[in-house]
Design a protein. Structure first.
Length: 273
């Protein structure tokens, strides 16, 4: 597990499982976690570092979204207050590989927005559906950062079963917070430019798929499956291994679920109008 101090009272942990991220906000010896890693092994290592080595007690665990690769700490910190958006079950049931053993009912749920004072910080939990219907952004103005969850995956996005237009709108809403640091659900932290890069990737991927589908050639699916990530990235962005892997999964989802087929039909209709 990778551990990084972002500020005197803000710590970031990146687990080995899916490079999932947990962010700890400290109030003296008390800690609040935004997300809690993707496996029991990673969550126990987080517990060792945060609780045993640093002497902190985890009082609150908040989920940016209720998918298995972000909620392992719910089992490891059973006494903590757990919070999530009220659509948490929808998110858990919609994932491709739910891990039922990690599921715990959150004790506090809310609808649109909530503010929580924690030490010197005010954490602003804002419902921001995109990758999932329960997605939260956690804006922390005093730390000049925002936790974006899986509405970005590095400098790209992961489509899975989501509506690409919703993901794009979610990223735009994150941009409006105006924070210089964005903490993703995976890999770690990024400068604010990562939000523009993720939108550029999504727009270019959509454009390329529409162009291929518009040809109506019999090998369209093969051409989509062969799209290189470099053809979709913003200029100057060099992909890391994790982004390459999730780009590959995007291509699989696009072919299997006919993602962007509606966009192709709308574009054809408007072009012929």
């Amino acid at each position: 597990m990778r551990f990084e101090t972002l500020d005197t009272d803000v710590l970031m942990f990146v687990g080995n499982d899916h490079e999932s991220v947990a962010t700890a906000f400290l109030d003296g010896d008390d800690a609040l976690l935004v997300d809690s890693l993707g496996s029991i092994e990673d969550a126990r290592e987080l517990q060792r570092v945060l609780c045993l080595d640093l002497g902190k007690t985890v009082r609150v665990v908040a989920a940016t979204h209720f998918m298995s690769d972000h909620i392992a700490g719910l089992s490891v910190f059973p006494q903590a207050l757990t919070l999530a958006h009220r659509n948490y079950r929808h998110s858990f049931l919609s994932q491709n590989r739910p891990v039922d053993a990690l599921y715990r009912e959150p004790r506090l749920v809310f609808d649109h927005a909530m503010r929580l004072r924690w030490g010197r910080h005010e954490l602003r939990f804002v419902h921001n559906p995109g990758k999932t219907m329960d997605h939260l952004s956690v804006d922390v103005p005093s730390a000049d950062l925002v936790c974006a969850g899986d509405n970005i995956v590095g400098r790209i996005v992961y489509l899975s079963k989501a509506d690409p237009a919703m993901i794009r709108a979610a990223i735009q809403r994150i941009r409006r917070f105006g924070r210089s640091t964005v903490i993703g659900g995976h890999i770690g932290r990024f400068p604010a430019a990562a939000l523009d890069h993720a939108i550029a990737y999504l727009d270019r991927l959509r454009e390329l798929v529409i162009d291929i589908r518009a040809d109506a050639s019999p090998d369209a699916d093969d051409r989509i499956a062969a799209l290189a990530i470099e053809a979709c990235l913003a200029p100057g962005v060099e992909p890391v291994a994790f982004e390459r892997e999730w780009h590959r999964r995007n291509l699989e989802a696009i072919v299997a679920q006919r993602i962007f087929a509606l966009d192709t039909a709308v574009a054809a209709r408007e072009g012929g109008a």
